[in-house]
Design a binder for this molecule. Structure first.
Ligand code: KG4
Ligand code: ZN
Length: 351
Protein backbone atom coordinates (compact mmCIF):
# COMPACT_ATOMS: atom_id res chain seq x y z
CA UNK A 1 0.00 0.00 0.00
CA UNK A 2 1.20 3.54 -0.70
CA UNK A 3 -0.11 6.65 1.03
CA UNK A 4 -0.09 10.38 0.29
CA UNK A 5 0.91 12.58 3.25
CA UNK A 6 0.21 16.33 3.37
CA UNK A 7 1.78 18.84 5.77
CA UNK A 8 0.67 22.50 5.96
CA UNK A 9 0.70 23.33 9.67
CA UNK A 10 3.41 26.01 9.64
CA UNK A 11 5.43 27.51 6.80
CA UNK A 12 6.17 24.45 4.66
CA UNK A 13 3.70 23.22 2.05
CA UNK A 14 4.73 19.58 1.76
CA UNK A 15 3.48 16.34 0.24
CA UNK A 16 5.05 12.87 0.06
CA UNK A 17 4.31 9.38 -1.17
CA UNK A 18 5.40 6.66 1.25
CA UNK A 19 4.96 2.88 1.12
CA UNK A 20 3.96 0.70 4.06
CA UNK A 21 7.31 -1.05 3.44
CA UNK A 22 8.97 2.21 4.66
CA UNK A 23 10.00 3.37 1.19
CA UNK A 24 9.84 7.13 0.63
CA UNK A 25 8.89 7.41 -3.06
CA UNK A 26 8.82 11.22 -3.05
CA UNK A 27 9.07 14.02 -0.50
CA UNK A 28 8.30 17.47 -1.93
CA UNK A 29 8.71 20.55 0.28
CA UNK A 30 7.83 24.06 -0.88
CA UNK A 31 9.27 26.33 1.77
CA UNK A 32 7.71 29.74 2.40
CA UNK A 33 10.77 30.96 4.29
CA UNK A 34 11.51 33.71 1.74
CA UNK A 35 7.87 34.92 1.94
CA UNK A 36 8.00 35.32 5.73
CA UNK A 37 11.60 36.49 6.05
CA UNK A 38 10.84 40.24 5.75
CA UNK A 39 8.63 39.87 8.85
CA UNK A 40 11.23 37.99 10.92
CA UNK A 41 8.86 35.09 11.57
CA UNK A 42 5.83 33.25 10.21
CA UNK A 43 2.75 35.42 9.56
CA UNK A 44 -0.28 33.08 9.89
CA UNK A 45 -2.54 34.81 7.32
CA UNK A 46 0.21 35.00 4.72
CA UNK A 47 1.06 31.33 5.39
CA UNK A 48 -2.55 30.20 4.88
CA UNK A 49 -2.83 32.04 1.59
CA UNK A 50 0.54 30.71 0.39
CA UNK A 51 -0.49 27.11 1.26
CA UNK A 52 -3.64 27.59 -0.79
CA UNK A 53 -1.63 28.71 -3.80
CA UNK A 54 0.93 25.91 -3.50
CA UNK A 55 -0.96 22.81 -2.39
CA UNK A 56 -2.23 21.50 -5.77
CA UNK A 57 1.16 21.82 -7.45
CA UNK A 58 3.00 20.24 -4.51
CA UNK A 59 0.65 17.20 -4.45
CA UNK A 60 0.94 16.81 -8.22
CA UNK A 61 4.75 17.00 -8.00
CA UNK A 62 4.80 14.39 -5.22
CA UNK A 63 2.81 11.99 -7.44
CA UNK A 64 5.00 12.75 -10.50
CA UNK A 65 8.28 12.29 -8.65
CA UNK A 66 7.06 9.00 -7.18
CA UNK A 67 5.95 7.93 -10.67
CA UNK A 68 2.46 6.96 -9.49
CA UNK A 69 -1.04 7.97 -10.52
CA UNK A 70 -3.64 9.19 -8.05
CA UNK A 71 -5.50 5.89 -8.61
CA UNK A 72 -2.63 3.95 -7.00
CA UNK A 73 -2.86 5.81 -3.67
CA UNK A 74 -4.45 3.64 -0.97
CA UNK A 75 -5.05 6.38 1.62
CA UNK A 76 -4.40 10.06 2.25
CA UNK A 77 -3.14 11.56 5.49
CA UNK A 78 -2.89 15.22 6.49
CA UNK A 79 -1.50 17.02 9.52
CA UNK A 80 -4.72 18.09 11.27
CA UNK A 81 -3.07 20.02 14.11
CA UNK A 82 -1.53 21.34 16.26
CA UNK A 83 -0.49 24.36 14.21
CA UNK A 84 -1.59 27.55 12.52
CA UNK A 85 -5.23 26.77 11.84
CA UNK A 86 -5.51 28.55 8.47
CA UNK A 87 -2.72 26.43 7.02
CA UNK A 88 -3.93 23.21 8.67
CA UNK A 89 -7.38 23.76 7.09
CA UNK A 90 -5.83 23.96 3.60
CA UNK A 91 -4.01 20.61 3.92
CA UNK A 92 -6.89 18.83 5.65
CA UNK A 93 -9.45 20.05 3.10
CA UNK A 94 -7.25 18.96 0.19
CA UNK A 95 -6.78 15.52 1.78
CA UNK A 96 -10.49 15.07 2.51
CA UNK A 97 -11.37 16.07 -1.06
CA UNK A 98 -8.96 13.50 -2.51
CA UNK A 99 -10.21 10.81 -0.09
CA UNK A 100 -13.85 11.54 -0.95
CA UNK A 101 -13.23 11.66 -4.71
CA UNK A 102 -11.20 8.43 -4.74
CA UNK A 103 -13.17 6.56 -2.08
CA UNK A 104 -10.05 5.91 0.02
CA UNK A 105 -9.44 6.38 3.79
CA UNK A 106 -8.58 9.81 5.20
CA UNK A 107 -6.26 9.93 8.23
CA UNK A 108 -6.07 13.01 10.50
CA UNK A 109 -2.48 12.98 11.79
CA UNK A 110 -1.20 14.85 14.82
CA UNK A 111 1.75 16.88 13.49
CA UNK A 112 3.74 16.00 16.62
CA UNK A 113 3.07 12.30 16.06
CA UNK A 114 4.57 12.77 12.58
CA UNK A 115 7.82 13.94 14.21
CA UNK A 116 7.54 11.31 16.97
CA UNK A 117 7.27 8.31 14.62
CA UNK A 118 9.83 9.45 12.00
CA UNK A 119 12.55 7.27 13.58
CA UNK A 120 10.39 4.23 12.82
CA UNK A 121 10.18 5.23 9.16
CA UNK A 122 13.93 5.80 8.89
CA UNK A 123 15.37 3.23 11.33
CA UNK A 124 12.51 0.88 12.23
CA UNK A 125 13.04 1.72 15.93
CA UNK A 126 10.98 -0.61 18.15
CA UNK A 127 8.64 0.67 20.90
CA UNK A 128 9.13 1.80 23.61
CA UNK A 129 11.65 4.63 23.18
CA UNK A 130 12.49 7.90 24.86
CA UNK A 131 11.84 10.87 22.57
CA UNK A 132 13.19 14.41 22.71
CA UNK A 133 10.82 16.37 20.49
CA UNK A 134 12.35 19.76 19.89
CA UNK A 135 11.07 22.21 17.27
CA UNK A 136 10.00 25.80 16.80
CA UNK A 137 6.80 25.34 18.78
CA UNK A 138 7.60 22.45 21.13
CA UNK A 139 10.17 21.08 23.50
CA UNK A 140 9.09 17.87 25.22
CA UNK A 141 10.40 14.55 26.47
CA UNK A 142 8.00 11.67 25.92
CA UNK A 143 7.93 7.93 26.40
CA UNK A 144 6.63 6.55 23.09
CA UNK A 145 4.92 3.19 23.59
CA UNK A 146 2.95 3.07 20.35
CA UNK A 147 0.88 5.23 17.99
CA UNK A 148 -1.41 7.32 20.20
CA UNK A 149 0.33 6.01 23.33
CA UNK A 150 2.56 8.71 24.83
CA UNK A 151 3.63 9.67 28.35
CA UNK A 152 4.95 13.19 28.63
CA UNK A 153 7.82 13.46 31.11
CA UNK A 154 8.73 17.10 30.56
CA UNK A 155 7.81 20.15 28.51
CA UNK A 156 8.93 23.73 28.25
CA UNK A 157 7.43 26.14 30.75
CA UNK A 158 8.02 29.09 28.40
CA UNK A 159 9.76 29.09 24.99
CA UNK A 160 10.63 26.09 22.84
CA UNK A 161 14.30 25.50 21.96
CA UNK A 162 13.70 26.42 18.30
CA UNK A 163 11.97 29.60 19.46
CA UNK A 164 15.07 30.44 21.53
CA UNK A 165 17.24 29.99 18.42
CA UNK A 166 14.83 32.08 16.29
CA UNK A 167 14.34 34.91 18.80
CA UNK A 168 18.00 35.33 19.75
CA UNK A 169 18.94 35.25 16.04
CA UNK A 170 16.45 38.06 15.44
CA UNK A 171 18.05 40.13 18.24
CA UNK A 172 21.39 39.83 16.44
CA UNK A 173 19.76 40.90 13.16
CA UNK A 174 20.08 37.41 11.63
CA UNK A 175 17.41 36.12 9.22
CA UNK A 176 14.58 33.68 10.02
CA UNK A 177 14.78 30.76 10.75
CA UNK A 178 17.45 31.37 13.37
CA UNK A 179 18.50 27.78 14.14
CA UNK A 180 20.36 26.92 10.95
CA UNK A 181 21.79 30.47 10.78
CA UNK A 182 23.17 30.24 14.34
CA UNK A 183 24.62 26.80 13.62
CA UNK A 184 26.40 28.13 10.51
CA UNK A 185 27.78 31.23 12.25
CA UNK A 186 28.91 29.27 15.33
CA UNK A 187 31.67 27.60 13.34
CA UNK A 188 34.87 29.32 14.43
CA UNK A 189 33.09 31.23 17.22
CA UNK A 190 34.36 31.18 20.82
CA UNK A 191 31.54 29.66 22.91
CA UNK A 192 33.27 30.72 26.17
CA UNK A 193 33.60 34.47 25.54
CA UNK A 194 30.02 35.33 26.56
CA UNK A 195 28.76 33.41 29.60
CA UNK A 196 25.09 32.40 29.20
CA UNK A 197 22.86 30.63 31.75
CA UNK A 198 21.76 26.96 31.62
CA UNK A 199 18.15 27.45 32.78
CA UNK A 200 16.78 24.85 35.22
CA UNK A 201 19.95 22.74 35.23
CA UNK A 202 19.68 20.43 38.25
CA UNK A 203 16.08 21.49 39.07
CA UNK A 204 13.63 18.71 40.02
CA UNK A 205 11.47 17.21 37.26
CA UNK A 206 12.10 17.13 33.52
CA UNK A 207 10.68 20.48 32.33
CA UNK A 208 12.62 22.93 30.16
CA UNK A 209 12.92 26.72 30.17
CA UNK A 210 14.54 28.98 27.60
CA UNK A 211 13.19 32.49 28.20
CA UNK A 212 16.06 33.39 30.57
CA UNK A 213 18.48 32.71 27.76
CA UNK A 214 16.73 35.32 25.63
CA UNK A 215 17.10 37.94 28.37
CA UNK A 216 20.78 37.08 28.85
CA UNK A 217 21.45 37.47 25.11
CA UNK A 218 19.66 40.83 25.10
CA UNK A 219 21.81 42.03 28.04
CA UNK A 220 25.00 40.74 26.39
CA UNK A 221 24.18 42.70 23.21
CA UNK A 222 23.35 45.84 25.21
CA UNK A 223 26.76 45.73 26.93
CA UNK A 224 28.70 45.75 23.65
CA UNK A 225 30.27 49.14 22.83
CA UNK A 226 28.47 49.33 19.46
CA UNK A 227 26.63 47.16 16.95
CA UNK A 228 27.95 43.56 17.10
CA UNK A 229 30.89 42.80 14.80
CA UNK A 230 31.10 39.58 12.76
CA UNK A 231 33.30 38.12 15.51
CA UNK A 232 30.86 39.17 18.25
CA UNK A 233 28.03 37.47 16.34
CA UNK A 234 30.06 34.27 15.78
CA UNK A 235 31.04 34.12 19.48
CA UNK A 236 27.50 34.82 20.66
CA UNK A 237 26.05 32.24 18.23
CA UNK A 238 28.50 29.63 19.56
CA UNK A 239 27.52 30.55 23.14
CA UNK A 240 23.78 30.29 22.38
CA UNK A 241 24.16 26.94 20.62
CA UNK A 242 26.26 25.60 23.52
CA UNK A 243 23.75 26.86 26.12
CA UNK A 244 20.76 25.29 24.32
CA UNK A 245 22.63 22.01 23.77
CA UNK A 246 23.77 21.86 27.42
CA UNK A 247 20.28 22.69 28.72
CA UNK A 248 18.61 20.04 26.57
CA UNK A 249 21.14 17.41 27.67
CA UNK A 250 20.96 18.41 31.35
CA UNK A 251 17.16 18.21 31.38
CA UNK A 252 17.24 14.87 29.54
CA UNK A 253 19.16 13.20 32.37
CA UNK A 254 16.18 12.91 34.75
CA UNK A 255 14.03 11.86 31.78
CA UNK A 256 16.48 9.06 30.96
CA UNK A 257 16.23 7.87 34.57
CA UNK A 258 12.42 7.95 34.48
CA UNK A 259 12.42 6.08 31.15
CA UNK A 260 14.73 3.35 32.49
CA UNK A 261 12.45 2.88 35.49
CA UNK A 262 9.21 2.86 33.46
CA UNK A 263 10.54 0.82 30.50
CA UNK A 264 13.57 -1.31 31.43
CA UNK A 265 13.20 -3.06 28.06
CA UNK A 266 13.60 0.28 26.15
CA UNK A 267 16.79 0.51 24.12
CA UNK A 268 16.62 3.81 22.20
CA UNK A 269 16.89 7.56 22.64
CA UNK A 270 15.33 9.34 19.65
CA UNK A 271 15.42 13.03 18.73
CA UNK A 272 12.92 14.67 16.38
CA UNK A 273 11.70 18.09 15.22
CA UNK A 274 13.47 20.94 13.44
CA UNK A 275 16.08 21.55 16.17
CA UNK A 276 17.15 17.89 15.76
CA UNK A 277 18.85 19.05 12.55
CA UNK A 278 21.51 20.79 14.69
CA UNK A 279 24.75 18.82 14.33
CA UNK A 280 26.46 19.75 17.64
CA UNK A 281 23.21 18.86 19.45
CA UNK A 282 23.07 15.50 17.66
CA UNK A 283 26.68 14.78 18.70
CA UNK A 284 25.97 15.70 22.35
CA UNK A 285 22.81 13.54 22.44
CA UNK A 286 24.69 10.64 20.86
CA UNK A 287 27.30 10.82 23.64
CA UNK A 288 24.61 11.08 26.32
CA UNK A 289 22.68 8.07 24.96
CA UNK A 290 25.90 6.06 24.73
CA UNK A 291 26.72 6.85 28.39
CA UNK A 292 23.22 5.71 29.36
CA UNK A 293 23.53 2.42 27.49
CA UNK A 294 20.98 3.40 24.83
CA UNK A 295 21.28 3.51 21.06
CA UNK A 296 20.76 6.99 19.61
CA UNK A 297 18.61 7.64 16.54
CA UNK A 298 18.30 10.99 14.76
CA UNK A 299 16.45 11.22 11.43
CA UNK A 300 18.36 12.49 8.37
CA UNK A 301 18.30 16.32 8.25
CA UNK A 302 15.48 16.74 5.65
CA UNK A 303 13.20 14.56 7.79
CA UNK A 304 13.84 16.61 10.97
CA UNK A 305 12.16 19.82 9.82
CA UNK A 306 8.52 19.69 8.70
CA UNK A 307 7.83 17.38 5.76
CA UNK A 308 5.10 15.26 4.21
CA UNK A 309 6.86 11.89 4.59
CA UNK A 310 6.51 12.00 8.39
CA UNK A 311 2.76 12.66 8.03
CA UNK A 312 2.40 9.84 5.48
CA UNK A 313 4.26 7.42 7.78
CA UNK A 314 2.27 8.38 10.89
CA UNK A 315 -0.83 7.94 8.70
CA UNK A 316 0.24 4.37 7.91
CA UNK A 317 0.82 3.61 11.60
CA UNK A 318 -2.55 5.13 12.56
CA UNK A 319 -4.36 3.21 9.83
CA UNK A 320 -2.85 -0.04 11.12
CA UNK A 321 -3.77 0.59 14.75
CA UNK A 322 -6.82 2.86 14.78
CA UNK A 323 -8.15 2.99 11.21
CA UNK A 324 -9.05 6.14 9.28
CA UNK A 325 -10.94 9.23 10.43
CA UNK A 326 -14.37 10.54 9.42
CA UNK A 327 -14.50 13.25 6.75
CA UNK A 328 -16.07 15.64 9.28
CA UNK A 329 -12.94 15.46 11.50
CA UNK A 330 -12.32 18.99 12.83
CA UNK A 331 -8.71 20.26 12.69
CA UNK A 332 -7.27 21.02 16.12
CA UNK A 333 -5.11 24.12 16.72
CA UNK A 334 -4.08 22.49 20.03
CA UNK A 335 -3.60 18.74 20.23
CA UNK A 336 -1.26 17.35 22.91
CA UNK A 337 0.26 13.91 22.35
CA UNK A 338 -0.33 13.00 25.98
CA UNK A 339 -3.86 14.18 26.74
CA UNK A 340 -3.51 13.24 30.42
CA UNK A 341 -0.47 15.47 31.04
CA UNK A 342 -1.15 18.69 32.93
CA UNK A 343 -1.65 21.74 30.71
CA UNK A 344 1.53 23.74 30.28
CA UNK A 345 2.59 26.47 27.91
CA UNK A 346 4.35 24.60 25.12
CA UNK A 347 2.45 21.32 25.42
CA UNK A 348 0.39 20.76 22.33
CA UNK A 349 0.76 24.41 21.41
CA UNK A 350 2.46 25.42 18.26
CA UNK A 351 3.46 29.03 18.70
O1 KG4 B 1 9.83 21.06 13.17
P1 KG4 B 1 9.97 22.39 12.50
O2 KG4 B 1 10.34 22.43 11.03
O3 KG4 B 1 8.64 23.24 12.67
C1 KG4 B 1 7.92 23.20 13.86
O4 KG4 B 1 7.12 22.23 14.01
O5 KG4 B 1 8.15 24.10 14.69
O6 KG4 B 1 11.05 23.22 13.36
C2 KG4 B 1 11.45 24.52 13.00
C3 KG4 B 1 12.46 25.00 14.03
C4 KG4 B 1 12.85 26.47 13.90
O7 KG4 B 1 12.77 27.08 15.19
C5 KG4 B 1 14.28 26.41 13.40
O8 KG4 B 1 15.07 27.52 13.80
C6 KG4 B 1 14.77 25.13 14.01
O9 KG4 B 1 13.67 24.24 13.92
N1 KG4 B 1 15.92 24.56 13.30
C7 KG4 B 1 17.17 24.46 13.83
C8 KG4 B 1 18.00 23.95 12.80
N2 KG4 B 1 17.22 23.74 11.69
C9 KG4 B 1 15.96 24.13 12.02
N3 KG4 B 1 17.63 24.77 15.05
C10 KG4 B 1 18.94 24.57 15.28
N4 KG4 B 1 19.80 24.11 14.36
C11 KG4 B 1 19.39 23.78 13.11
N5 KG4 B 1 20.25 23.33 12.20
ZN1 ZN C 1 7.21 20.43 13.16
Amino acid sequence: MIILGIETSCDETAAAIVGDDRRVLSNVIASQIATHRPFGGVVPEIAARAHLGLIDGVVRQALDEAGVGIGEIGAVAAAAGPGLIGGVLVGVTAAKAIAAARGIPFVAVNHLEGHALTARLTDDVPFPYLLLLTSGGHCQTLIVRGPGDYTRLGTTIDDAAGEAFDKTAKMMGLPYPGGPEIERRSAGGDAKRFPLPRPMKGAPGCDFSFSGLKTAVRQTLDKLPGPPTETDVADLCAAIQAAITDSLCARLKPALKAFREACPEGRHLVVAGGVAANRPLRAALDALAHKSGLAFVAPPLPLCTDNGAMIAWAGIERLRTAGGDPLDFKPRPRWPLDGTAPKARGAGIKA
